[in-house]
Design a protein around this ligand. Structure first.
Ligand code: VGL
Ligand code: ZN
Length: 217
């Protein structure tokens, strides 16, 4: 199936924030390279619905290695019975690194969804939190927000390709949306993760598009 934007397609821009840019505390390689293309996309108003997510952690968040004695960043631990990667401190509420990137015309976004603000639970996907202490994953309300507006298809871009972008696209597909990932408008935080990301997408029927292929950048 090929990708075509309709009234029922939403763009989801995930976590384009300074802390994920080169020089940021949790930098994605070439993370800044996606900013002009996403900005053009929003300014061109090609999507009827645009949602932005913003990673928004309180100081001392459970996903920070600094919150766990003797732990190292990028180490995996068991948290609430599930694997959790520990990260350097990033996207701390009200710090400059947590802002929406100033290079993007955010005024054209309909919804800005903050996530990861529960001190004890991480939230990669824009649709639901990671596992919490009670074994459940709390929905953010995004699926309902989209469905109420007739959206049945989403294109996901942003950072990081192998974490929050991937989890958002996976949940979109699991929740019944036709899901696409804009490959050249995303970058990974983990080097060499691209093959695994592509296999996961393929296995789940999530399409990969390039902004140039579909004339959206
Ligand atoms: C992200 C790790 C931790 C992301 C957020 O936006 O992909 N990755 N928090
Ligand atoms: Zn985070």
């Amino acid at each position: 199936m090929s990708f075509a934007i309709t009234e029922r397609t939403a763009l989801i821009v995930v976590d384009v924030q300074p802390d994920f840019m080169p020089g940021g505390t949790l930098a994605c390689h070439e993370g800044d390279a996606i900013v002009p293309g996403i900005d053009r996309l929003l300014r061109a108003r090609r999507f009827r619905h645009v949602v932005a997510t913003q990673d928004w952690h309180p100081p001392g968040h459970v996903s920070f290695a600094s919150s766990h004695p003797d732990a190292q960043a990028f180490q995996q631990i068991d948290l609430h019975g599930h694997p959790q990667t520990l990260w350097p401190d990033h996207c701390v509420q009200d710090t400059p690194g947590a802002a929406l990137h100033p290079g993007i015309a955010w005024s054209t976004a309909d919804l800005i969804l903050r996530k990861g603000s529960d001190p004890q639970v991480d939230s990669y996907s824009g649709f639901r939190e990671n596992h919490g202490p009670h074994g459940t994953r709390a929905a953010t309300g995004l699926a309902g927000w989209l469905r109420e507006r007739g959206v049945d298809e989403v294109l996901v871009c942003g950072l990081a390709r192998d974490v929050c972008v991937l989890w958002t696209a996976q949940d979109a597909a699991a929740l019944g949306f036709r899901a696409w990932l804009a490959w050249d408008l995303s970058r990974p935080v983990t080097p060499d993760s691209d093959d695994a990301t592509r296999s996961t997408l393929q296995a789940l029927g999530i399409g990969v598009v390039d902004s140039t292929d579909v004339g959206i950048a």
